[in-house]
Design a protein around this ligand. Sequence first.
Ligand code: PLP
Length: 471
Amino acid sequence: MQNLYRQLPSVDAVLQRLDDATDISALPRTLVRGLVNDFLDSCRDDIRNGRVTEPASLTLDALAPALTAFVRAGARPHFRRVLNATGVVIHTNLGRSILAPEASVAVAEACAHYSNLEFDLATGERGSRYSHVEDLLCRLTGAEAALVVNNNAAAVLIVLETLAKGGEVPVSRGQLVEIGGSFRIPEIMAKSGATLVEVGATNRTHLRDYERVINESTSALLRVHTSNFRIVGFTSDVPTSELAELGHRHGLPVIEDLGSGSLYRFPSGELDEPTVQSVVAAGVDVVTFSGDKVLGGPQAGIIVGRKEHIARIKANPMNRAMRIDKMTLAALEATLRLYLDMDDAPRRVPTLRMISASAQELKPRAARLRRRLQRELGDAADFALIPGQSRVGGGSFPERDLPTTLVRIVPTTDIAPEALRHALLDTNPPLVARTQDDALCLDPRTIDDAEFSMVASALAQAFARLAHGGN
Ligand SMILES: *Cc1c(COP(=O)(O)O)cnc(C)c1O
């Protein structure tokens, strides 16, 4: 074993060899040296654990391919672009919504230059960072006032902390949801200092259930969009307007956590979710929703509602701890401006465009992708078109499958679909796809036409890797 350790090349010998690769020689020296040390440490581990027993496999020549791959992988940025072939439009793990070009440009501009972030150009005095989007939000939603914080979880927390702390808040048992990433209504409620009062049953809650528990300690009524699940069968729920009316009769603010909060009304029958406007119009006093779900903007928690309540939320010291940065503001304003022309929004906001893409539209796109892959990679796999389902995702529109056409990939050699899926995660850029019916499937809904060449290249890289015995 001692002989094996001695067989390992020295760090300096390795560094010298790596200098032959121009991309590696351009990297910071300390970074490369650190990565080489890590690599040699893992070789020593392999010797210690008996995974390596052949001296010949420890020479510089033998180690070089794995070593260069390790250094390249360790040196590239960790946070990277990926290709989303899953067909899940608002994929939380893949960054939820992608921004419209207008919003990306606005972000770049806000980052690269000084701006009037908190500077009133009319007076030359200090201004408010929220002024850039408040009027737009009011115009689009019909609300009197608006505020934006870091995400919708923060929005719900600050709203409850401001309006309901120290009091009781009745919530329907059918709405005590957990959204992915550990957002749970009972826990947020506890953190806000308000006391949750469960009303009704899981499947049915009536107005009288709320009426029964309202007393002098009640501080607000809360409605929560059930987002990622649906109760079916023998169900009933109190309509928003009736709950709002009940709250007002008792002088209580009525809050709704809308989750996705769409400003765009999808053609009826397609995705019949309430819009933010309709919830405001139904009389809800404070509505919260995410910026990066169906809205298609940056991560943000948007709060709209009555002036008196919004003013108190703005004044809450917590607001300072949740304030959004200038890049978010730039992206949000640019995204909201696209909604000023509501008929055009589904064409210009990528999230809306991908959700709205029809089966008739997706089929020829899938065919184009298939032809391209067939042409470039026809020896490596069979490519076929099959009907499939995409998802809106992001905990919105539960169980709502959108019809699509998938490109089904079956390798000609005996490569397992899961092995192919894994190999695609290590391509440049990585391609995230799903396996279904023992094949790898690509959904054109979430791939742009301009990305088709990158999809082909990622597949070529993965097949090459798998053919050389990698995994
Ligand atoms: C998604 C969601 C949240 C959390 O929103 P984030 O923007 O992810 O913080 C809260 N409530 C509901 C109903 C949701 O759907």
